[in-house]
Ligand binder design. Structure first.
Ligand SMILES: N[C@@H](CCC(=O)N[C@@H](CS)C(=O)NCC(=O)O)C(=O)O
Length: 201
């Protein structure tokens, strides 16, 4: 199994999940701008959509889209306890948070990573991110350790990676004390430290 990633990108959530599972896997960095992998393969031949994460499963099977990869990994490796069982309310809550992170929070960061964004577009994006962070802060207000309760899940891996982008985009996470504590707590996991190290940080 091989994960194609970009250092610090959303693919890091899949990287963390793979490390939590604890089985052997390979990783390969991708330059999505040049469209080449570290071993100089044409990335568009691997994923015509041109973005990471991509999970190569062997025998030509390729899985894309972060939330799909995360759920596939969790469901295939239930002993790692990375997601509640499909069909349960707990699973629906976990998917609710994965979807929010993907379609609301992740997307809100978009203009902050685009060189072509104007200062006005970036200011607007910071406002949009702040609004989404307000929502997460409310979720975490009851003092839960993880975003859907007391058990670490793939939703935490994804939310952590995206929320941590605040530290690279001039957004002061201290404005959201519960979220700030959450980010520090997840950053302290051995698997998360290992993912940062393996991605070259
Ligand atoms: N819908 C995709 C979006 C993935 C995505 O936005 N990937 C970014 C990194 S976080 C990427 O590879 N962008 C291409 C680039 O930065 O050139 C998913 O959820 O996996």
């Amino acid at each position: 199994m091989k994960l194609f990633y970009k250092p610090g990108a959303c693919s890091m959530a899949s990287h963390i999940a793979l490390l939590e599972i604890g089985q052997a896997f390979d990783i390969e960095a991708v330059d999505t701008i040049e469209g080449r992998t570290a071993s100089d393969e044409d990335f568009l031949q691997i994923n015509p959509k041109g973005y990471v994460p991509v999970l190569e499963l062997g025998e030509g099977e390729i899985l894309t889209e972060g939330p799909a990869i995360l759920q596939f990994l969790a469901d295939r490796n239930q002993a790692a306890n990375l997601a509640p069982k499909p069909g349960t309310m707990a699973r629906a809550r976990m998917m609710e948070m994965l979807t929010f992170t993907s379609s609301e929070l992740h997307k809100a960061f978009g203009p902050l990573f685009r060189d072509a964004s104007s200062p006005e577009e970036k200011a607007k994006a910071r406002q949009a991110v702040a609004q989404k962070f307000d929502t997460v802060e409310k979720e975490l207000k009851d003092g839960r350790l993880y975003v859907t309760g007391e058990q670490f899940s793939i939703a935490d891996a994804y939310l952590f990676v995206v929320a941590n982008w605040a530290n690279f985009t001039d957004i002061d996470l201290a404005r959201w004390p519960k979220l700030s504590d959450f980010v520090a707590r997840i950053a302290d996991r051995p698997t998360v430290k290992a993912a940062f190290q393996r991605e070259g940080f």
